[in-house]
Design a protein around this ligand. Sequence first.
Ligand code: NA7
Length: 532
Amino acid sequence: MAITTVDAIVIGAGLSGIYQLHSLLKLGLSVKLIEQGADVGGTWFWNRYPGAMSDTPSQFYRYSWDKEDLRTYPWAETYLDAPEILVYLRHIVDKYDLRKFMQFNTKVLSATWFEEGSWSVQTSQSSFRSRYLITALGLLSEPNWPNIPNRHVFKGQLVHTSRWPSDLDLSDKKVGIIGNGSTGVQVITRIAKDVGTLTCFQRHPQYTVPCRRVRVTNDQRDDINNNYDALWHQANNSASGMGIVESKISTFSVSDEERERIYQEAWDQGSGMRMLFTTFSDLTYNEAANRTVCNFIKRKIAQIVKDPIKRQKLMPTELYNRRPLSDTGYYEQFNRPNVGIVDIASKPITAFTPEGLALADGTKHDLDILICATGFNAFDGAYTRIAITGRNGTTLKSRWAKGPITNMGVAVSGFPNLFMVLGPKSPLANVPPMVEAHVNFITQAIARAEEHRRAGRVDSLIESTSEGEDAWQELCDPLNEKLLFKKSDSYLFGANVEGKPKRAMIFFGGLQMFRERLEDCTKRDFVGFHDF
Ligand code: NA7
């Protein structure tokens, strides 16, 4: 098989891969981007289920580096749905003529480091050699399927939301859905009115806040355009990167009436992110404080849901300590007579039957279609697909056997010239500015290594030191310990995948601190990395 040699291989054609490709081409490198899907889009290429949308305000769910595009590219509403995001990404790819550097329908199978200074990359189609390897695999790309026995006997259709068949007709069907995270909430809200019956198999009821998606007027758009630099400055210097201003006041520093007013204002303005981060500063770590926002949202659920039995089933019992959810009318769907909830925490699903699902209490549910909105083997899950081998034959899998360890989510010691865009231990924040921070860092690291190489220096490889990883770990660990997120069994800790050990998968310090660390590292000539 012929081997193609390029300077850099980028894996993945989502938001991360597209910008990384563009940046490396600007450096003058020869680059090949390899993508397993049939087109660009990453997360948004795969997640085409009804109702898929971003919960980041539209003006911040895009690249900030093309100032002209920022001001001219049209968007109609305060939030973007998946097809609009796909069209935007295709537009960027076409505008910068990036498609010719991309190879689609190609799986990367393995990548192996050779000590003479290159990566050997095997794909399902052909082989490559490159000095640099950049994985832009996405945070959430490996589907998590529920492990239900007798899958083969089910005569109906089984669908994962991230592999949605384009021809799936739900009209008048008996539809079941497992999962009520961001995805489940969006699907349920969108399809409830169209299906025959919708049975929501729910393990943990969730808090969700309406996002208040509305059209953006010309005046509002002008206002954004006139202030875009300042808006991005604020977003980049905040924890969430979403244009919301994080609160600095603590929950019990105000009266009960004032607290209620603040929560109501956040509810009216909309979005779970706003509810958790702009109301009070201590909701993420003070349990008593967190219970006040729980109670506020529970009162809203009680007001919205009419049927007392459904209302009770929808009442969350945990703290408000998962990734905050936003919706476009979720709880309201349960006022429809065709929408029901089955509590599978008290009576778990035991097996498929030919007609549907059997539960532990002996009940059976007939279904034409079962939708799994059961999320992803997130963060390090995507890295299980590719056999990555670094120095001395050490595999990434073995390095991460006790949980992923990275230097700022971007590099791993023992894996020279390998960079990850949003690898494990990256923050939980708005994705585009996180991507830009990582890609800018990676591009500067590569530019410096290339300078060394062109100057004929021997130290032209770049690699994280183990001290650099330890320093990041030492920053991550105390933050994880402090936060209430740790008390939930969610994907943020890998606890959503059966058999996966519960470990922190992200950096909870927010976008601003993440950016500062990356910039500090660059300014200090890549401290925490070494050259060879
Ligand atoms: P999430 O947030 O991981 O949610 C998955 C949902 O599926 C959640 O309700 C889980 O219940 C449920 N689930 C997962 N496995 C099972 C099994 N085996 N049985 C029953 N229920 C199960 O994934 P999403 O796709 O919704 O969202 C991921 C991110 O995408 C989101 O944060 C946004 O950033 C975009 P549980 O609550 O664990 O009991």
